[in-house]
Design a protein. Structure first.
Length: 320
């Protein structure tokens, strides 16, 4: 498992702080605006998620990776039995009961990582939904609890939002995943739009692009947009403030946004052209920032209108 430098010299709290910060994700900076107890909980949980995700991303031998994930499963059981050994679990366990974090939540995240080890394709949307539930929906549920969920409907919102966000990630990372031999777009949908897997995996011109591919990606983008709408419709009025206040103020975010539909229709080169890595990385950073921007939550003006990326559908392409 990957760890920050000199982990033995760090307290569990400093370890998870360093782990979260080292990820480079915009999510880490959102945590800074939470009250200290909630910030500590989400940072520890996020560090756990990074640990198990890094097992898949950074371990080239799938057998070794499987062994490490099995170790993490045992660590979860041990931690909830009062005997955590990893600093991420030592930081998380004192806060777990306060935010209703259950062993099943953590084991679901590990199961999602195991799926990444076991398969590189999904036959249909139902299979992809299950994967998204494990790696994103459950994460959203835990995050919503930490942010201050009071209504059961907010759990449904968190799962729907997690699905939408994971599908956005899949759309964003089609090219990067293809370079690792992975295609998360369901096989049934590739067939529906007559796009062959070999086209997406191709590493030279036209980098998988075609009118058929454009139609496929438009379909993916439209579904993601619908899911954002559905998610926000599920968020109860009583919990809107708590969920929104967990995220940064407008002036504390970079003004990087991207229009997902424009990407799906006009930016295939960014995904598939390996030598265009600099532009691709810039695009990823812009989308990461856009995740926190939303302009149509019906909440009080004093509450920041910044949550997750429903506004992707309205955002502009920001270059340079």
């Amino acid at each position: 498992m990957s760890t920050p430098a000199n982990p033995a010299a760090l307290s569990p709290q400093q370890y998870v702080q360093d782990k979260a910060a080292a990820s480079g994700s915009s999510f880490y900076y959102a945590f800074l605006f939470l009250p200290p107890p909630r910030r500590a909980a989400i940072t520890a949980f996020y560090a756990f998620c990074r640990e198990v995700d890094d097992v898949v991303d950074e371990t080239s031998d799938s057998g070794v990776a499987a062994t490490k994930l099995a170790w993490w499963q045992q660590e979860v059981h041990s931690a909830f039995a009062g005997k955590p050994s990893h600093p991420a679990m030592k930081a998380l366990m004192p806060l777990a009961a306060d935010y209703d974090i259950q062993p099943g939540h953590l084991l679901a995240v590990i199961e999602g990582c195991q799926i990444d080890l076991q398969q590189t394709r999904f036959l249909d949307y139902a299979g992809l939904q299950r994967y998204c539930h494990l790696v994103a929906g459950v994460v959203g549920e835990v995050a919503a609890n930490i942010f201050g969920r009071t209504e059961p409907e907010t759990t449904q919102y968190a799962h729907r939002l997690g699905l939408a966000m994971q599908l956005t990630n899949i759309i964003r990372d089609v090219g990067d995943d293809a370079r690792r031999g992975r295609i998360y777009l369901p096989v049934s949908e590739l067939q529906q739009f007559e796009v062959k897997a070999q086209e997406i995996l191709k590493r030279d011109t036209p980098w998988g692009y075609s009118n058929r591919f454009e139609a496929l990606m438009r379909f993916q983008a439209e579904r993601a947009h619908r899911l954002y709408d559905e998610a926000f419709a599920l968020l109860p009025e009583a919990d809107r403030r708590a969920q929104a206040e967990a995220l940064p103020k407008p002036d504390q975010l970079p003004e990087f946004t991207i229009k997902l539909q424009d990407w799906a229709e006009r930016r295939p080169d960014v995904l598939f052209k390996a030598e265009n890595k600099e532009s691709y990385d810039q695009w990823v950073k812009m989308l990461d920032s856009a995740r926190y921007y939303v302009d149509d939550l019906s909440i009080d003006d004093e509450v920041h209108k910044y949550a997750f990326p429903r506004a992707l559908s309205r955002a502009r392409w920001a270059s340079g």
